[in-house]
Design a protein around this ligand. Structure first.
Ligand SMILES: N[C@@H]1[C@@H](O)[C@H](O)[C@@H](COP(=O)(O)O)O[C@@H]1O
Length: 260
């Protein structure tokens, strides 16, 4: 696992956007797994700026969703499908044809989950999966004690996660209790995992993810099992890392061309 400490969220967004841009220059039809929440927005803004300035042609990119609420009415502005279309697909000048996600309104949720895992595999697998992290260490919506081998499936949100996400809804009661999420085993199949965490509220979860044992109670710690995982954190989110100085020195000594 590589840990990169950046000054702030904007610098993290720029670094990861450049990584994605380099991937798309090598592989124009790369499949990008995208996360929702507030944290990745600087990545999408930086990537959009590159496309609009002509520095990047993202017209061949394909976008895959990480997770979804169950039970929101079709077209709800806070369904993750709506969020990804609004924050990623449209700004990059892509159409819905370039987008894939699980069906949160399916009658048979389990079948929809299995269909999504199959669709990801048939699309050639995710090239780069962006991840945020919940305050409880979740990735996607894999709450604590999710199996590290889990596949895409339905999960029940913890009270903490529903409270954390209530800011996106008119009332806390509107936050769904159930979600579909790529499983941890599914996420680990992506070729490169890039987790961005910013702000002091994520410092404890980051410390446990990076320096704690691999444990289902901290789902993000599963990144330690992946051969190419990068954790990008701002100074605030890095504030509880015992090895921060080592991570800084390691990254500073890395040749530019290596990227993340
Ligand atoms: N399912 C999403 C996660 O993918 C995201 O990482 C997390 C953190 O969100 P934020 O970046 O807003 O803190 O929120 C939700 O639970």
């Amino acid at each position: 696992m590589e840990v990169v400490i950046v000054q702030d969220a904007e610098a993290g967004g720029e670094l990861i956007a450049e990584t994605i841009a380099n991937l798309l220059r090598r592989k124009p039809d790369a499949l990008l797994g995208v996360a929702t929440g507030s944290t990745p927005l600087p990545i999408y803004q930086a990537l959009t700026a590159k496309v609009r300035s002509g520095a990047l042609d993202a017209s061949g990119a394909r976008i895959a969703q990480l997770d979804e609420y169950v039970g929101l009415p079709a077209g709800h502005p806070e369904s993750y499908r709506s969020v990804v279309l609004r924050e990623v697909v449209e700004p990059l000048g892509l159409t819905e044809d370039a987008f894939m996600g699980p069906d949160g309104a399916a009658e048979d949720v389990q079948a929809a989950c299995e269909a999504y895992d199959l669709a990801l595999a048939q699309a050639g697998g995710v090239d780069l999966q962006l991840l945020g992290i919940g305050t409880d260490g979740h990735i996607g919506f894999n709450e604590p004690c999710s199996s590290l081998a889990s596949r895409t499936r339905i999960k029940t949100l913890t009270r903490q996660t529903r409270e954390d996400n209530a800011r996106f809804f008119d009332s806390p009661d509107e936050v769904p209790h159930h979600v579909i999420t790529q499983g941890i085993g599914t996420i680990l199949e992506a070729r490169h995992l890039v987790l961005l965490a910013t702000g002091e509220g994520k410092a404890e979860a980051v410390a446990q993810t990076v320096e704690g044992p691999v444990a289902a109670v901290v789902p993000a710690s599963a990144l330690q099992l992946h051969p190419h995982a990068t954790v990008v954190v701002d100074e605030a989110a890095a504030s509880k890392l015992k090895l921060a100085e080592y991570f800084r020195a390691t990254y500073a000594s890395k040749p530019d061309w290596q990227g993340i």
